[in-house]
Design a protein around this ligand. Sequence first.
Ligand code: GCO
Ligand code: MN
Ligand code: MN
Length: 388
Amino acid sequence: MSNYTPQKSDKFTFGLWTVGNPGRDPFGSEVRPPMPPTKSVRKLSELGAYGVNLHDNDLVPIDATPAQRDSIVKEFKQALNESGMVVPMATTNLFSDPIFKDGAFTSNDPVVRAYALQKTMSAMDLGAELGAGVYVFWGGREGTETDASKDARDSMKRFRECLNFLAEYDLDQGYNMKFALEPKPNEPRGDIYLPTVGSALGFIATLDKPEKFGVNPEFAHDTMAGLNFVHAVAQAIDAGKLFHIDLNGQKPGRYDQDYRFGAEDLKANFFLVKMLEDSGYSGMRHFDAHAYRTEDEEGVWDFARGCMKTYLILKEKGKQWNEDAEIQGIVKNLSADTGNISSLFSSYSKENASKITAMNVDRIAYGKKGYGYEKLDQLTTELVLGVR
Ligand code: GCO
Ligand code: MN
Ligand code: MN
């Protein structure tokens, strides 16, 4: 059995904002001191992470002069080099500053939209300078509390215009980054546009360069809305659009908790990790989460270790499930096709349509059949719980 020690090849990444989260919430102030980015980089590397991700302002304060920016970036690059860490993904903070309180790319005000573009282009420059291959767009403030404020159709048009513009900027600069849209149903806005993976995928199809865009789904975001995250990820993989993923823990129907990966719904996380691994997903395993507010710095590192270790345990469990003779026997049987029936509808022909029409299906017998999913799920539960 493995000792579950993370390796660089596991591609585990953390946002600077995750281990650096000071524990502020709407009801209370910071409980942990600021974590210098260079310290996060060094410690995460020591724990086995592959890289760190950042928003522009996680590293460079919004009001830094060009000279200050350059010296901060230089020191950060040195920490990356010394610790063998990379920055695979970068993004822009288009949500904290009050200018974005009514949206960035979907603001009614063209000046705000222009500023959002200006800020994003400079954050893309920073991301490219640090070697990021993926650029995430999380539209935290792109939404409304009241639909009297703007017509959602205009918002789609504005969002599209800005993303098309940025795709051209990327190509013009020769960055060739992949753009990943991150859907979320609400928080901080009352309702956020593009609330689900499916809506993001539908929107991508309307862009000028859809091939440049994919998604960055997050466990917490679908779970908050009571949706099945594994199904959302499956749809993204099926569409060839899983460019990145945000892993964390969340109870349904709550505010965005961003718990340690695996802290909630172990079985859903088991199927998630199994799907990522079985699909050959080669992107980052990014943790967008933070330590409980009860924790000090030691707790933050316990949190980071826990995210990676649980992923590795679930990865091993997935392998075990795929190799378990009893489980596989049941699974194989479920879709058995001894009469090669599926060939009748794998492509349309008049002949196939007539054959299907002529089929004599014993509807009553099929309705009486038991599928054995109680047994299969119990075997899975036992396997996940480690008694199998
Ligand atoms: C959230 C989001 C963010 C984004 C991050 C990178 O709910 O706050 O998940 O953490 O992932 O801004 O785009
Ligand atoms: Mn989130
Ligand atoms: Mn996220």
